[in-house]
Design a protein around this ligand. Structure first.
Ligand code: ATP
Ligand code: MG
Length: 133
C-alpha cells in the first residue's frame, strides 16, 4: 500500500472557480499537498498523459477538453492514498458518483468531471514524474 497519489483539477472545475473548495475538501480529507503547479496542457502532453485511452472513441475530445484551459496538478500524500482519493472523488460519471464526493459536487458531465485521480500506486508514480521532475 503506497502513500502517494496524483491529481489534476481539470479545466471545467478550474474555470468555474471551484479550485478553492476542491483543495479544501482534499486537505480536510487528510491529504497533504507535497507539490503543486498551475499550467496549461498542450495536445501532445494531453495525449501522452491519457495514452491508455488512445483507442477509445472519446480520446480526441478528451485531449481537446484537457487542453481547453488551465489546470492544477498536485502530488498528494496520505496513508492508502490511491484508494482513499478515488473514494473522495467518486465515480467517473457524476450521475453515478456518491453524495458528497468531489465529482458529485463539482462535475458537470462524464467528460468534464472536475478532477483526476491516479488508479494505482504504479500510475501515481508515473504521473507524478510526468509533471514534477
Ligand atoms: P481519470 O483518469 O481522469 O481520473 P477515471 O479514472 O475515473 O478518470 P477513465 O476511464 O480513466 O476514468 O477516463 C479518463 C477520463 O476520460 C475521464 O475522467 C473522463 O474525463 C473521460 N471519459 C471517460 N469515459 C468517457 C466517455 N464515455 N465519454 C467522454 N469522456 C469520457
Ligand atoms: Mg483513469
Amino acid at each position: 500500500m503506497g502513500n502517494k497519489t496524483f491529481t489534476i483539477i481539470k479545466p471545467d472545475a478550474f474555470g468555474a472557480g471551484n479550485s478553492g473548495p476542491i483543495i479544501e475538501k482534499i486537505e480536510k480529507a487528510g491529504f497533504n499537498i507535497e507539490n503543486m503547479r498551475l499550467l496549461k496542457l498542450d495536445e501532445d502532453s494531453a495525449s501522452k498523459f491519457y495514452s491508455v485511452h488512445k483507442e477509445k472513441p472519446f480520446f480526441g475530445r478528451l485531449c481537446d477538453y484537457m487542453c481547453s484551459g488551465p489546470i492544477i496538478v498536485m502530488e498528494l500524500n496520505k496513508e492508502n492514498a490511491v484508494e482513499d482519493f478515488r473514494k473522495l472523488i467518486g465515480a467517473t460519471n457524476p450521475e453515478d458518483a456518491e453524495e458528497g464526493t468531489i465529482r458529485k459536487l463539482f462535475a458537470t458531465s462524464i467528460e468534464a468531471n472536475a478532477i483526476h485521480g491516479s488508479d494505482s500506486d504504479e500510475n501515481a508514480e508515473i504521473e507524478i514524474n510526468f509533471f514534477f521532475n
